[in-house]
Ligand binder design. Structure first.
Ligand code: FAD
Length: 582
């Protein structure tokens, strides 16, 4: 099966050339050297500009080439697979611009679209040194004056805070407490009086060491009234809605990191001989690889459904984005940590001795994905806030059937993204999770027809029971605004696992007939990848009752090696990668 977002990413990857060729601009060798020198990947970012990546940050209605967020995810994954510093440094412009796509007027959005397509860098100034993710405590002040605003205060830990030409700023427009006291200003640094602002030095970081993570301090900076995005007082709402998009898209960074780490791990296992055996032939190494592959495929399934959900289940994105932003980076972080055990000392080497020290770099770089754009706790808290709606909707079995079908059926065209359907609270809960019981019943029917193994059915039923128990516990939680009990975070974390299970089941059910004959056929036939993914999740949700069979992981090794040796992306929908085969 040929799927357009993957085809687009494959084509982009092809145009970037082979990263293992040190003569290439966007090569592993160059990325390692830049990281070593803590140097910004300026030339590589310029190359991405030349190849037209910025236009993919701009919706087509505003003059760009962003047709679907699923495409954006696969493109950004392809960049992140080579280097996370580059992906985060370049992709930041989308995050800087998104508030305008979500809350700006047409002229503003068209003008910004033209700027971005021409190479303008946009940063996003939300966080302040003293307040972290507590956006309502923000102190940067935008005081209304006759011709616009006077802005004072500091935003800190801002990606491209120094290099950005424009900064999309969340600023206090009223001194009262509460969410209606903030506005968004799209500040053009090029037009500010240079005496009215200064950029802060870039902070040194553990990962993404070449990125410009700095800040900006304003001192009575004159900003025109036309810079206001959306209504005054509407800033927090626009930011929270924008975060629903960006948190979903962040999963692309994790997928890219997982692609990179698993490729390194598989390559090592296929070449390294210990005690007369290749690592790939040792049961423990096979297990480490297979578990990591299962995790990558699960993360991919969740990301595909969530990114399609931006279009098809827009009103439920408050749940989908929080669940995805928690689940995918955490799962990938664990997978990379597991692969580090396989790599042994090679996971730590820096420099030219082994693969340009790529493994330690990807492991360091990826740690940031779980922190920015809403850290893990913030995303779980957001789910806790929606517990009453989630419990009620699960009990009633509320499902937006058309939206769910579009989000999960890869051959269906996606509806246009409609920003007016974004809501802060998902009133209908989460159709993906609420369709879990029906999905499991469908699997049961397939078992009866002999189309999937009973082991898959047993695992799926175990997950449905776990979901029933979990949603009952969620229903029994008493709402709390600030002092949320630790137990609620645990329930929210488990909810994200149910979301992942339900997304995977729907994705497999809706596409098994179309994908089964393609290059990933072995994964899709008899539900192999699904069974592996669900077994992983059941192990988390009901650790005392490992109903799934471990043998499924052994069966996963063959397609993993086949994809790797064919030079393909390790994926549910693989394509030929540019990286040279050895
Ligand atoms: C590399 C990098 C790039 C960044 N880029 C940007 C950017 O471009 N623009 C921008 O605006 N910001 C950016 N940030 C800032 C980032 O968004 C913040 O670091 C993030 O919001 C978390 O803030 P904090 O680390 O100060 O933690 P805090 O929010 O102060 O939280 C500290 C700890 O408190 C706990 N906690 C927090 N919230 C809750 C809660 N609701 N319930 C229970 N416990 C909680 C958690 O344990 C958390 O780790 C960046 C940060 C980094 C490191």
């Amino acid at each position: 099966m040929r799927h357009a977002p993957y085809e687009l990413a494959a084509e982009f990857d092809r145009r970037l050339g082979d990263p293992s060729d040190a003569g290439r601009l966007f090569s592993h060798a160059r990325c390692a050297a830049l990281d070593d020198r803590e140097e910004f990947p300026q030339e590589i970012c310029r190359e991405l500009d030349v190849l037209g990546l910025p236009a993919h940050y701009v919706p087509t209605e505003h003059g760009g080439t962003l047709r679907s967020y699923e495409e954006a995810v696969q493109l950004m994954r392809a960049v992140a697979r080579r280097d996370l510093t580059v992906a985060i440094a370049h992709g930041k412009t989308f995050l800087g611009a998104v508030s305008v796509w979500v809350g700006g007027d047409r002229d503003q959005a068209d003008a910004l679209g033209a700027e971005i397509a021409g190479g303008t860098i946009v940063s996003w100034g939300l966080t302040e040194r003293e307040h972290g993710s507590d956006l309502l405590a923000g102190e940067v002040l935008a005081e209304r004056v006759a011709d616009g605003y006077r802005v004072s205060g500091e935003k800190w830990l801002i990606n491209n805070g120094t290099r950005g030409h424009l900064v999309c700023l969340l600023a206090r427009t009223a001194r009262d407490a509460g969410p209606r006291s903030f506005g968004i200003l799209l500040v053009d640094k090029r037009k500010l009086d240079p005496a009215s602002y200064r950029t802060l030095p870039a902070e040194r970081l553990h990962g993404i060491r070449g990125a410009d993570i700095s800040g900006i301090a304003f001192a009575d900076a004159a900003v025109p009234g036309t810079a206001l995005v959306g209504p005054e007082g509407g800033g927090v709402e626009i930011v929270l809605k924008s975060l629903q998009l960006t948190r979903t898209l962040c999963a692309s960074l994790s997928l890219g990191a997982a692609d990179h780490a698993l490729r390194l791990g598989t390559d090592y296992a296929l070449r390294r001989e210990n005690y007369g055996s290749l690592l790939i032939d040792l049961p423990q190494s096979r297990r480490l690889l297979a578990l990591s592959y299962a995790d990558l495929l699960l993360a991919e399934a969740v990301t595909v459904v969530a990114s399609r959900g931006i279009h098809a289940l827009t009103g439920e994105l408050g749940v989908i984005s929080a669940a995805t932003k928690f689940f995918v980076p955490n799962l990938v972080e664990q997978a990379v940590k597991r692969l580090a055990k396989l790599m042994g000392s090679r996971a730590l080497l820096v420099g030219d001795t082994h693969e340009h020290g790529r493994f330690q770099k990807v492991q360091r770089d990826h740690r940031i994905v779980g922190i920015f754009d809403g850290n893990s706790v913030v995303n779980l808290h957001s789910l806790v806030n929606q517990f009453p709606l989630l419990a009620k909707s699960y009990r009633r079995g509320t499902v937006d059937a058309a939206g769910l079908t579009a989000a999960t059926t890869l051959t269906d065209p996606l509806p246009e993204f409609d920003r007016d359907r974004l809501t802060l609270l998902a009133r209908g809960g989460c159709s993906v999770v609420q369709a879990l019981p029906a999905g499991v019943a469908e699997l049961t029917a397939l078992v009866a027809r002999g189309e999937v193994p009973e082991s898959l059915e047993r695992t799926a039923i175990g997950l449905k029971l776990a979901a029933d128990e979990l949603l009952a516990a969620i229903a029994a939680q008493r709402p709390a605004a600030v002092d949320v009990p630790a137990e609620a975070f645990d329930l929210a974390e488990r909810y994200t696992a149910c979301f992942a299970a339900a997304a995977a089941i729907q994705l497999w059910l809706r596409n098994r007939a179309t994908v089964v004959d393609g290059p990933a056929g072995a994964l899709w036939r008899s539900g192999l990848w699904l069974e592996a993914a669900l077994t992983r999740l059941l192990g988390r949700l009901r650790p005392a009752r490992p109903d799934g069979t471990d043998d499924v992981f052994e069966r996963l090794v063959e397609p993993l090696v086949a994809q790797h040796e064919a030079g393909q992306l390790l994926s549910l929908l693989p394509y030929q990668q540019q990286e040279a085969r050895r």
